[in-house]
Design a protein around this ligand. Structure first.
Ligand SMILES: C[S@@+](CC[C@H](N)C(=O)[O-])C[C@H]1O[C@@H](n2cnc3c(N)ncnc32)[C@H](O)[C@@H]1O
Length: 276
């Protein structure tokens, strides 16, 4: 259980990501994704854009036997992933790009990719790579957030960011929510040669101990840190407080009940099969 009331914000961004964002958000999406994909004992599974490895770990536990590979571009995320030892299927961690997977064709029974596709500079190419490394009967399961208005907490945050830091400051955060229609993801899956593509809308409820904690977390454990990079520590703290106060003005009162910050996050989960 995370002690949210003693946020220890000293640490690298990947360490803070694992400590705060994974328990608050991504473990929920990972349970859903792994539950849908049902990795089985003996399978060879790839967790693409694995970050600190939550999806790989859940898949490994569920499988017991077989093999899991976690791949990410970011060395720091992989360094945190490597600190976990599991009792499930063994996991290897590989540094590499989703656009040029360092694996032979047909290697994997299952490719998982949680909340990663929206960051890839060429999504079609990444999906073609996923298709290439799948075995003949292999399958892919991936998730992306959908439009930011469907995730009211993030929407309030970007509105506050633009008001406090200037128009367009929210560009990076908005980029996490690049998919607007299920058909966009379905077309990409089909365009990459995958078959039987299905896209479902999935909603998770997330809760942070307070709005202030949510904002601090965004600036400590995600690439948004760059936005405040030039400020002194005092100015940084003040700016974070100002943004948190602004957020309240963009929220439905229900989201702030009990002093916490709770909201629904909406995304698309896509599944498809190798072209065979
Ligand atoms: C929001 S994190 C999601 C991490 C993890 N899947 C999770 O759910 O906790 C997105 C991850 O995508 C990775 N990433 C971004 N572009 C990538 C690329 N071209 N190839 C591989 N990984 C990439 C980032 O380094 C980051 O770890």
């Amino acid at each position: 259980m995370v002690d949210y009331h003693h946020w220890q914000l000293d640490g690298s961004a990947p360490e803070l990501y694992e400590k705060y964002l994974v328990p608050a958000i991504t473990v929920k999406w990972a349970e859903d994704l792994v539950g849908r994909a049902q990795p089985c004992a003996g399978e060879d599974v790839l967790d693409l854009a694995c970050g600190t490895g939550i999806v790989a770990r859940l898949a490994s536990q569920r499988m017991g036997q077989g093999h899991v590979t976690g791949l990410d571009l970011n060395k720091g995320m992989l360094a945190v992933a490597r600190t976990f030892s599991g009792d499930g299927a063994p996991i290897d961690w590989v540094e590499g790009s989703a656009l040029d997977l360092p694996f032979p064709a047909g290697k994997f029974d299952l490719v998982l990719c949680q909340l990663g596709l929206q960051f890839f500079p060429d999504q079609g190419r990444a999906l073609s790579e996923m298709n290439r490394v799948l075995s003949l009967s292999g399958r892919v399961a991936l998730s992306v957030f959908n439009s930011i208005e469907r995730t009211p907490g993030a929407n309030a945050f970007v509105l506050a960011l633009d008001r406090v830091l200037g128009p367009n400051s929210s560009r990076i955060k908005r980029g996490e929510h690049a998919f607007n229609e299920p058909g966009e993801l379905r077309d990409l899956l089909i365009g990459a040669g995958l078959s039987k593509a299905e896209v479902r809308t999935v909603v998770q409820k997330v809760t942070f101990p307070s709005v202030l904690d949510y904002v601090r977390f965004q600036f400590c454990a995600t690439p948004l840190a760059a936005l405040l990079g030039d400020l002194t520590e005092d100015d940084r703290r003040e700016t974070i407080k100002t943004i948190a106060l602004e957020i309240a003005g963009f929220c439905h009162p229900e989201m702030l009940e009990g002093g916490r910050f709770s909201f629904q996050q909406e995304g698309y989960v896509g599944t498809a099969y190798a072209s065979g």
